[in-house]
Design a protein around this ligand. Structure first.
Ligand code: ZN
Length: 243
């Protein structure tokens, strides 16, 4: 008998035992620009999806009429609306300082805690190995995510205080890195690109009135899908960890 509650990983070309995904990003809107079409597809196929946002984007503006705390509050509200539009079930804010993240043990520990709490099969994040990637938060979060999935989240002597909270060690099965120069996983987002654009429009303080946004997003997705036999795609570099 078919289990209608079971996640359908086969539709996305992933192992049928998988049922949950976590994306770990530096700023509000990073998950959507990189991966919203893919996240919407995971949701549609019955996966639990969690978005972890490491800063609340509290400095990324040229406005002089707003404080950092006002900006953070606005961007968290925008992120929650964006997650709602995509159907993402859980959004976590780590509230690090925008532009101030470092790839240190503190950030790694916070990401490990999220992994142990939500227990994803797949973790998606920034590719920290891409040459000349300019935003320090993107490099820091990508590094923290890579170092969190292996070995830190899986072994109990790392951050034992998480175990006291009830969060057990967890083995992530796959790490998907976006922004990679050598992607090897292409997700067909032809049917979810409209959701991607609507999710991005929720980030109004970053994308503005967004009149040309839809075309820009579709053009980029067409470019990614061009050699893959799909109309539109998002792309990732996959690292497999769990057997
Ligand atoms: Zn960003």
């Amino acid at each position: 008998m078919a289990d209608t509650n079971k996640a359908n990983g086969a539709a996305l070309g992933v192992d049928e035992s998988y049922s949950s995904v976590m994306i770990v990003v530096a700023h509000p809107d990073d998950a959507e620009f990189s991966s919203a079409g893919t996240l919407a597809r995971f949701v549609e196929e019955g996966f639990d999806v969690t978005t972890v946002v490491c800063t609340s984007g509290d400095k990324g503006t040229d406005r002089r009429d707003i404080t950092s705390s006002e900006l953070a509050e606005l961007r968290e509200a925008e992120q929650l609306e964006s997650s709602r539009r995509l159907g993402v079930q859980t959004t976590e804010f780590l509230r690090g300082g925008d532009g101030e993240l470092a790839p240190n043990l503190d950030l790694r520990g916070k990401v490990v805690r999220m992994i142990r709490k939500h227990r994803p099969d797949i973790v998606i994040s920034h590719d920290p190995f891409r040459p000349y990637a300019l935003h320090p938060d993107h490099r820091a979060v990508g590094t923290a995510a890579v170092d969190a999935v292996y070995p830190t989240a899986r072994d109990p002597l790392y951050f034992p205080e998480h175990l006291e909270e009830g969060f057990e060690p967890h083995k992530v099965a796959e790490l998907w890195l976006y922004g990679s120069e050598t992607p090897d996983k292409f997700i067909d987002i032809s049917a979810t690109v409209d959701k991607k654009v609507e999710a991005l429009k929720a980030h109004a303080s970053q994308v503005g009135t967004a009149e040309t946004l839809g075309e820009r997003i579709r053009d980029r997705a067409r470019e990614r899908g061009k050699d893959q036999g799909v109309e539109m795609a998002e792309s990732f570099k996959v690292i497999r960890l769990r057997r």
